[in-house]
Each structure stands twice: as structure tokens, then as C-alpha cells.
Write a new protein. Sequence first.
Length: 277
Amino acid sequence: MKYIAICGTVGAGKTTLLGRLIDRLGPRAAFHEERPQDNPYINDYYSDSKRWSFHSQVSFLSLYFDDPAWRPGEGQPEFFFFDRAFLENLVIAKYRLRQQDLTQDEYGILCKLANGIASLMPPIDKYLYLDCSVSTIIEHMHQRGREYEDELDLMYVYELKELYDEWAKTLPPDRTLRISMDGGEYDLEQIVRFLEAVGRRSLHIFCIHTVEIIAIPWYLMVARFSDRPVLGMWLQYAIALGSIWLVCELLRARRALIIRFFPARRKSPAVHYTARH
């Protein structure tokens, strides 16, 4: 299972993109959706952030860890999406520290707790970072109509976006795709191709080791073709490359082969995603 994190500041459009990806990938994908309404402190947090920031952040961390969907098991999908990278919670915590809604000790506890939980969770294979302007963020907030966001300070949106852009620079560039959400136009198929590329590096490493393994008995070819060593060398390379091609084709077609020969493992029909908040 390949773990994908959809990242971005509040109101960037993570839930919308997640919905489109789930509809596009169907049974190949599952997801964890952040549900602010499941946080018992969310309303208190927005009404009195200084008092409830620490409680709210701890609650969000526990909601991620308690979700059994991301844990490996039988019949797992090809992709699993988080609609927020786990450690993104520390971006919001850092903002609250700047606003003095968290003490330095509380922020330190959250960092230790978040990093400890993150060590128990699977590493992220790919990041989708949603980049957008403040006006787009505000437009998205108005469209989704959450009551607790009606009274948000505009400076909160500006400063949080600034912190997110700073955090995004720490993401691994070879595993991160930045997507502009301004205007609502983006190439969904390009995103899918980017996600499907996960694992190619491992496949390349496998191919290299395959060459090494196959090339070990090359001396047998030399002995067999001692009178024609050039022919023996070319035959050795032909066998090596042919074997690699065959193994790669089997890996590429493994899903279709499994379904063909083991129909009981066929996935259930796709269920369309519906945003729950």
C-alpha cells in the first residue's frame, strides 16, 4: 500500500481534491478524512483559542492515530490517502505558539507526542501540496459554510499560509507535487500519473540486483563458448536483459493476473466518495 498525503493550509481544497481522486481511482484507493466535528474541542478552540489550543491539538493527533483504516491488512488498496500530513498539525501548533495561545512547554509536549506517534505510522510515499492565494482560501471557506470559520481573523489566514509555505520547503522535492488551486483548474490525470510512479525506484534497484545475480555465473558462458567468447558475452547479456524484461512485465501485470487466477480476491465495486463535512 502506498501512502499519500494531501497537504495545504486550511481552506486550500484538500477535501475536494481527495474526493476527485477517490472517484477516479475507485477501489484502488482508501482514505483517512480529517473530521473537525469529531474533535470535541473544536468549537471551544475557535471561541477561546488561548484556553483550548492544547486540548484541540492533542485531540486531532489522537483522531489520526485511532483510525484503523491506514493500518496494513489483507485486501488493502493500492493507495491510501491522508487529507493532511500527520506532522502538519505542528504547523498549526507553531502558529498558536506565535500567538501565545500555547506555552513553549505545551508546544514542546505536542512536538514530542506528534513525532512519537509519527514513528509508529507508515512513512509517506508521495506528497501533494496544494498552493493557492489567500483570496482562494477565503472563497473555499465561504463555499463550505462551517459556522466556526465565519468569524476567522483575516490575519490568521495570511499568517497560517505563510507558515505552511515555509513548511512545504522541507518536503522531499522528488516525492512532492505542488498543485495550484487558484481558479480550480488542475490536471487530475497528471496527478494520478505522479502517484502511480511510486515504487519505480524500488523496481530499478530490483533490476540492478537482478543483473548482478544473473551475471554471477557468466564464467559458465565463457567456458561454454571458450572458442567464441564474444558470442558467449552477448548471449549472457541477452539472457540477463530478457530475464529482467520478463520479471518487470510480470510485476506490471501482477494485479490482472491475481484477479484472473484468484477471482475471490477481486475488489468490490467502486463506492463514490462523498465529503462528510
